[in-house]
Design a protein around this ligand. Structure first.
Ligand SMILES: Cc1cc2nc3c(=O)[nH]c(=O)nc-3n(C[C@H](O)[C@H](O)[C@H](O)COP(=O)(O)OP(=O)(O)OC[C@H]3O[C@@H](n4cnc5c(N)ncnc54)[C@H](O)[C@@H]3O)c2cc1C
Length: 352
């Protein structure tokens, strides 16, 4: 079998790249190992324009946000499913200092922060003492539905294989890659956190980042907001389900759900939430994080038939649509990549 592109991994990066390449008229064959702890399968799905304790504007958000929304809207039409939920974050200040910081930042980030929300109307649902600010817009994307439907579509087009690609069996030449009975002009690795053991890209500055979340049923909690105070409570899938998370563990030794996180969530919810809740599930994933916090996009400096789209860290929902499109334009039209995402910025390390 002969294809233009063999894609290893069908999380958000591989799915969106395969869609862009197909749109550009290329043939693809996408393999996915369906790892249960793939980041895309456990992500909350939030596009958040301002993040962290210091309320810092997300890198390139002015460009990434409209691009991502347009892409997910197109996918809603193509796949005939709902993927986007218009949301904003209600950020319940945990301390007076946090309130002061939010008010200060709201002056600078007028497009994304509103400090004077009508917090009183949330008293039937939450215990809080310092009011709340609003971060907006924070669209919520149903990544699991997107992946399930897109993989189904690829299956119908005979271009999806539910199997892990073994890098040891890839024979790489300057102008093609051979894998089992497949000949591809290029292989593009989109394997998320698994890339830290990829023979061509393990030298990149990956960093570890395990994230845990709880799925809980909270009947009666309105589903048009994301609620935040230490934890985020995020509308999830359907009915009265919410995703509650998430942790960042940079020193983990296993990928098991931890008792410490479960206890912490229960303690926080008991202090904050006035409504009864039932815990349904405890999920864990690895973010494809890196020390630079910028994606890895492009072709290997020594092996032009081997490429990568990865390193989305905790922002894949906003970054993946834009960089899948940019990479496709690079591959099919020769458009240069931004130097700060082009994997060739690591040419020296990758050439060792
Ligand atoms: C708890 C948690 C919460 C998060 N919340 C958000 C959020 O709210 N907003 C946001 O923007 N981002 C969030 N993220 C980050 C986001 O999930 C990632 O940035 C994004 O999903 C990365 O997608 P990816 O396709 O690059 O990698 P992955 O989702 O890890 O996908 C990689 C895929 O490749 C497959 N694979 C691996 N090796 C092979 C191989 N050799 N052959 C074939 N297949 C292979 C895996 O099975 C997997 O399906 C969160 C992450 C976590 C862990």
């Amino acid at each position: 079998m002969k294809v233009d592109y063999l894609i290893a991994g069908c999380g958000l990066s591989g799915a969106l790249l395969s869609r862009e390449l197909i749109k550009a008229g290329c043939s693809v064959l996408v393999f996915d190992a369906r790892a249960g702890n793939a980041a895309s399968r456990v992500a909350g799905g939030i596009i958040n324009p301002v993040t962290g304790k210091r309320l810092v504007r997300t890198w390139m958000i002015e460009e990434l946000l409209p691009f991502a929304i347009n892409c997910y809207k197109e996918l809603e039409d193509e796949l005939k499913i709902n993927l986007i939920k218009d949301c904003s974050i209600l950020d319940f200040y945990a301390t007076q200092d946090q309130r002061n910081l939010f008010i200060e930042k709201a002056f600078l980030e007028k497009d994304f922060l509103k400090s004077d929300t009508d917090a009183e109307s949330w008293e039937p649902y939450f215990r809080f003492y310092y009011g709340a600010g609003e971060i907006l817009p924070c669209p919520l994307i149903d990544i699991r539905a997107l992946l399930n439907e897109w993989q189904q579509q690829l299956t119908e087009l005979n271009c999806f294989v539910e199997e892990q690609i073994d890098p040891a069996l890839c024979k790489v030449n300057a102008d093609k890659v051979l894998y089992k009975n497949i000949e591809a002009a290029k292989i593009i690795w989109c394997e998320g956190a698994e890339a830290e053991i990829n023979p061509w890209f393990s030298m990149l500055p990956w960093s570890k980042d395990k994230g845990e979340a709880i799925i809980a049923s909270i009947p009666g909690l309105p589903r048009n907001y994301i609620y935040k105070q230490y934890l985020a409570i995020v509308p999830w899938q359907c009915d009265d389900l919410f995703w509650i998370g998430a942790t960042h563990d940079w020193k983990y030794t296993d990928l098991n759900p931890s008792r410490a996180f479960m206890e912490n969530v229960k303690m926080q919810l008991d202090l904050w939430l006035k409504l009864p809740y039932t815990i349904i599930d405890h999920i864990v994933g690895r973010r494809p994080a890196n020390l630079e916090r910028k994606p890895f996009v492009g072709l290997h400096p020594l092996y032009p038939s081997v490429g990568i789209l990865n390193g989305m860290g905790g922002k894949g929902v906003s970054m993946a649509p834009f960089f899948a499109s940019e990479f496709t334009k690079h591959l099919t039209q020769g458009k240069p990549l931004r130097p700060d995402v082009d994997v060739k910025r690591f040419s020296r390390i990758l050439s060792r």
